[in-house]
Structures are given as C-alpha cells and as structure tokens.
Design a protein around this ligand. Structure first.
Ligand code: KIV
Ligand code: ZN
Length: 520
C-alpha cells in the first residue's frame, strides 16, 4: 500500500536563517502563498520569539493561509511558547514546534544541563504548550548523535504529556541512510508509544545525504519530512523538497509512498525563492537546475529525439517547466492577456491584471516576441513589490573605452525630483554611485548579476543587485528591462526601496508608509 507523507516546509524558518536568504515580510507572505498553492501540509513560518519581524511574519502567515497548518518554532521555554502561541492563535490549523538538544555534546557544552533536566524541561514544556494547542511537535536537536535509550525515555515522556509529532533531526548532517534507518527503528522499538504519533525527519545536507536520509526515514516509518525549497538552510542546507517529492513521485514503485504536493508548482516555487533571495540554484541541481532537463551530448539528443524515455526519467512539464512558448504581441488585447495569465496558473485580481497588462504592453512595444517566461518574470517581480520611496525618472550615460563613464540620474523621492551626476568605472558603476549620492547613505555593493530571461538580441535583461547598509544588513533588488543599464538601475533602486521599507517597519511589523504608491 502507498503511504501518504506529510511535507513540513521550513523554507521560511530554517531556510531563511541561512546567510543571504533573508526575506522581508511581503516576500515571506508571497512565498507562503506559493507553498500553500503547492499543497504543502505544514509551513513553519518562523521562530516567533527570535525577532519582531519573525513574530509578525508568523502571525500574518497564520492569519492569511487557510489550507495548511502553520507552525512556529519555540525553545522549551515558557516565554518562547507564549510568543509562538500569540503569533499562531488565529491560524485555522496551528502547530507549536518546540525543541531541545539531546546529544551529550549539546547538553553539556551548549545547554549546560543534565539529561534529567532536559527530560524534565521537555515534559513540562510540552504540557505547557498543550494548554494552548492540540498539535504539538517536539524535536530532539542533534538526535542522530544522541543515546537511543535516553531518547526513548524522553519520547515516552513527551508523548504522555501531549506531543503529537516526534521529530528526530540529523542536525549536523552526519548520519548515512543505513545508519539513520537503523537508528529510527531502534528508537521506535525502545519507545512503543511512537506507533500512535507522527514520526518526523529533518535532515541537513553537510555530506550531501539529506534527501537520501529522508528517504531512509520514510522506509523506517516516518510520515512527515521536513525540507526546504531549493534545499536552502543552515550551512549546506536542508533536504531539498523538490528532490524528495520527485524521488517519491518517480519511484513510487519501490518507495511505496507519495505526497500531496502539486508537482507542477515546483519550478515556480523554486524561481520565486531565487528571485526573492537573489540566491540562484546551481545549473546542474537536480529537478530545478537550468540543465536538469537539458540534453547536450549528441548521442543523448539522438536518443531523446527517437524516444524521450531513453534519457528522461521525468517529464519537464511534471515539475511545471513550460515550453518557451511565444505568447502575445503588441496588438494583443487584455482579454487574451488575462487568458494567458490564467493558463500559466496565476490567479490575479482584476486590478493586478490591469497593472500587469500595462507592463506587458510596455514590454511588447520594445520586444518583438513576448514569451511565457517574460510574463512570468514580470509577475514574479510585481508580486513582491515594496513602496516606491524612490523611482527612476530618467538617466543619461556617457561611456566609452577612451573616456571615464559619467551617469546623470534623475529620480523622484516621494514625488520630488533629485538629480545627481557621478563618474565611475563603467556605466553601471557610475549609475550606482549617482543613486548612492541621491539616497545620501553609504551603501556597499555586495553582489551584481545580470542574465537574460529568454534568448534573442531583444531579450529582457534581469538584473540582481545586493547592497548592504552601514550596519551590514543585506538587501536584494531586481530590475527588468530590455536595456541592461536600465535593468541594473531599477534593481539598485529596488534594493534601496526594500531597505527603506524594512527600516520603516514598526517593531510590530506594521508599515508606517501605508499610503505610499506600491511599485517596484
Ligand atoms: O536542525 C535542527 O535540528 C533544527 C531543529 C530546530 C528542528 O532545525
Ligand atoms: Zn535544521
């Protein structure tokens, strides 16, 4: 019989806490909605007590999503559990996820607690959390380096106290599939009450084994897998959701398990996350890498032309990779545009369709052929807008290989024009320096990338700019244009607007600038 495996997505918690992957409130909400669309069972929306921003994102996501469970992480401490519940109380299906380390090294050096104290604390805090919420997950941090006999004792205690899910993570990515399987079987044998609750697995990828270990956990009886989109997470990351899901999907014959995930939403989820964080996946990444379905070698191409199954074990369409279809031209009407957007799987309001149609028309004027991917890029960018404190009015660049580049940038700041001139090493550098002068804050360029959305001389350029402020906070901005200098300028301004948006968030996460025009 095929087992149903619950997907517990921790992109917004374990994933978001990894370097370069931080997201603002709007971006987290957009990502959470996409995860819901993909039919993830549980979304861990954050660690409510860790910061006002995390609290606000757990609360807003809990109040927004209707079709999946929303969890918050909490240490085994009353104040953590109180804060988690404060954020989750309006969720349709809330879950408190409380954790404590159980390995000798963590208990001695990090917690400075004895095993008995860890036992008492766990049981007491699960009982405490149970007063608020029926769905309680207890995690044994560094479980795979813990003593199975001690774990079994504590697990029996927390199940009696009301835990409904027991998670046994490979926190440091140390175990191997066979070892993890044996470990999980042993703990279940020693803790018979586990047969009445959900066994969960949470694997890190330090040895590149996170997905293989998660599959071993399924074999050992786990019915919940914790993972992240694109495998982002602490250090080498967590188990990649798309890899785990497609492994079950493709090898149901031997793995005898499946998930509820709408696999055709996988590519869009991966792209949205990369677009938001500015962290691209490597080209040869399984399932979502640019080359995952590309066949370069002549002998492979020949085989695939004769019969796709010679080298293709999954269909690109099954993960939502669209063909690079020609869509609409500059004479296309709103009706055709609305139909296309719907066909691409977006459920936009009439206002959103109007705004996107205007952007599409602007693009169609500059570009002969507009493809599905162009439209997807426009929509993805639009979905995570922040208030447009600064906007570009116009720019003039003077550049060449025998002169120093000069940029004149004119921007609107809350509707008032400001113009600055700057020289620099090339047109992009000169433009960025002029914007920095207008903003009046020293900003450091941390990353700059440029790629085209589709092929062709008139392709839409997609620029990514990462800047840091004097406190070292990082902000990623995106810009789209058929002119790569304009795309780069838009990306820099977008990063500046995100910085201002985050700085104007009140501690409770409400933005003071509510009346401001929303744009990119
Ligand atoms: O890796 C880990 O052990 C964790 C726990 C908090 C579940 O992220
Ligand atoms: Zn983790």
């Amino acid at each position: 019989m095929t087992k149903m495996i619950k997907i517990f997505d921790t992109t917004l918690r374990d994933g978001e806490q990894s370097p370069g992957c931080s997201m603002n409130l709007k971006e987290k909400i957009e990502m959470a909605k996409q995860l819901e669309r993909m039919k993830v069972d549980i979304i861990e929306a954050g660690f409510a007590i860790s910061s006002p921003g995390d609290f606000m994102s757990v609360k807003t996501i809990a109040e927004t999503l209707k079709d999946c469970t929303v969890a918050s992480l909490a240490r085994t401490a009353e104040k953590d559990i109180d804060r988690a519940w404060e954020a989750l109380s309006n969720a349709v299906s809330p879950k408190i996820h409380t954790f404590i380390a159980t390995s000798p090294i963590h208990m001695e050096y990090k917690l400075m607690m004895t095993p008995d104290e860890v036992y008492e604390r766990s049981v007491a805090m699960v009982k405490y959390a149970k007063k608020y919420c029926s769905d309680i997950e207890w995690s044994a941090e560094d479980a795979t380096r813990s003593d199975p006999v001690f774990l079994a004792r504590i697990i029996e205690g927390v199940i009696k106290a009301g835990a409904t899910t027991i998670n046994l993570p490979d926190t440091v990515g140390y175990t191997t599939p066979d070892e993890y399987y044996d470990f999980l079987m042993k703990v279940q044998e020693l803790a018979p009450s586990m047969s009445n609750i959900t066994l969960s697995s949470h694997c890190h990828n330090d040895l590149g084994l996170a997905v293989a270990n998660s599959l071993a956990a399924v074999k050992a009886g786990a019915t919940q897998i914790e993972c992240t989109v694109n495998g982002i997470g602490e250090r080498a990351g967590n188990a990649a959701m798309e890899e785990f899901v497609m492994a079950l999907h493709t090898r149901k014959d031997i793995l005898k398990a499946e998930t509820r995930i709408v696999t055709t939403e996988i590519a869009r989820s991966s792209n949205l996350l990369s677009r938001i964080t500015g962290v691209k996946v490597q080209p040869n990444k399984a399932i979502v890498g640019e080359n995952a379905f590309a066949h370069e070698a002549g002998i492979h191409q020949h085989g695939v032309l004769q019969n796709k199954e010679t080298y293709e074990i999954m269909k690109p369409e099954s993960v939502g990779l669209s063909q690079n279809n020609l869509v609409l031209g500059k004479h296309s009407g709103k009706h055709a545009f609305r139909d296309k957007v719907k066909q691409l799987g977006y459920d936009l309001s009439e206002d959103d369709v109007d705004r996107m149609f205007a952007k599409f028309k602007e693009l169609a004027d500059k570009k002969k052929q507009v493809y599905d991917r162009d439209i997807e890029a426009l929509i993805a960018k639009d979905s995570v807008q922040v208030p447009k404190t600064y906007s570009l009015q116009n720019f003039v660049i003077n550049s060449g290989n025998t002169i120093t580049s000069t940029a004149v940038i004119r921007m609107l700041h809350d509707g008032k024009p400001i113009e600055k001139v700057s020289r620099g090493e090339g047109p992009i550098n000169a433009s960025f320096k002029a914007i920095e002068k207008i903003v009046g804050t020293p900003l450091k360029l941390e990353d700059y990338q440029l790629q085209s959305v589709t092929e062709g001389n008139d392709a839409l350029g997609d620029a990514l700019v990462k800047i840091s402020d004097p406190e070292g906070n990082l902000y990623a901005g995106r810009g789209l244009s058929t002119d790569v200098i304009e795309a780069s300028i838009h990306a820099y301004i977008n990063a500046v607007n995100k910085m201002i948006y985050e700085k104007t968030l009140k501690p409770n996460g409400v933005n003071k600038e509510t009346d401001k025009e929303i744009s990119n």
